[in-house]
Design a protein around this ligand. Structure first.
Ligand code: TYC
Length: 277
């Protein structure tokens, strides 16, 4: 699947493309003043919204989920947050409310697509977005799954962010897909802007991104964590567990940050079982 095909499918508004051998519909919808690109597959009663990580997009972050989640039981929607993937323009920026803005965009996109109740699956930054969306819109959110996510930033986190700020020091394997999607310059600049953006939260009490919202999350919540995640220290899932009233934790012993890609079959089964309970 080529980036160009996804862009074409999104732009024409009723395109379809193959993602890992499965047919996915793509389109654009006008949401909160921007055109958001989304991908959709499956015909089940239970609608899901997949929320990507920093600079991520539906197809780069969720290929194995678009392909592998049960299409009879679920209708799977993934989206490219504003300024990411094919939801450009606008150029991405990181005002202090950027996670709230993404949360409102995701919720509104599902309304526009005709889904009033759905579950949220959020990876990393997308998990932060999903936590906020679930707290602010409990009537719309059935269940919540987050992994590789944090509700606050510590000095340890800031040190990790700064150690990955310079994308020229990333491995070819990590950097290349991003450069294909964005071009080298947009990627470099936007990644650095993201590091500044997430660092803003250190000015809040306890470095909070959304700590104070966690007690408002009323839906059943599954927090997944990779024991070997080098990006997100394991205190973060513990804090989520402490503050979200109806949460449970599943640790994947060999999982790193991208556990849903590396161990896709195991992850998909875990999530399906939780959603179908
Ligand atoms: N939050 C990032 C994402 O959404 C991942 C990340 C975590 C990046 C920690 C850097 O130091 C970092 N994919």
């Amino acid at each position: 699947m080529l980036h160009r095909e996804v862009v074409n499918a999104c732009t024409t508004g009723k395109g379809s493309f193959q993602c890992k051998g499965t047919a996915v519909q793509a389109g654009k919808k006008s949401v909160n003043g921007v055109e958001l690109c989304y991908q959709q597959t499956g015909a089940g009663d239970h609608a899901l919204l997949l929320m990507p990580g920093a600079l991520g997009s539906g197809v780069t972050d969720f290929g194995p989920q678009l392909k592998g989640l049960d299409k009879k039981r679920f209708t799977v929607v993934a989206f490219d947050p504003r300024g990411y993937g094919s939801s450009r323009p606008p150029i991405r920026d990181f005002p202090s409310d950027f996670f709230h803005r993404d949360a409102q965009d995701g919720l509104q996109l599902m309304q526009v697509l005709g889904f009033s109740r759905f579950s949220l699956l959020g990876w990393s930054d997308g998990g932060i977005t999903a936590l906020i969306a679930a707290a602010l819109s409990p009537a719309n959110v059935r269940k919540l799954v987050v992994w590789g996510s944090n509700a606050y930033v510590s000095q340890e986190d800031i040190a990790i962010y700064n150690s990955v700020r310079d994308v020229s020091r990333w491995s070819e394997r990590m950097r290349s897909p991003m450069e294909v999607m964005y071009g080298a310059e947009y990627f470099r600049n936007t990644w650095s802007a993201w590091v500044d953006g997430i660092s803003q939260f250190t000015h809040n009490p306890q470095g909070s991104i959304c700590l104070e919202l966690l007690p408002q999350i009323s839906c059943p919540t599954l927090v997944v964590h990779g024991q070997k995640d080098p990006m997100v220290p394991s205190v973060h899932p513990q804090v989520l567990l402490q503050h979200i009233p109806n949460a449970r934790l599943h640790v994947m012993a060999d999982g790193k940050h991208n556990l849903h890609l590396r161990f896709a079959a195991e992850f998909n089964r875990l999530v399906e079982d939780f959603l179908l309970e």
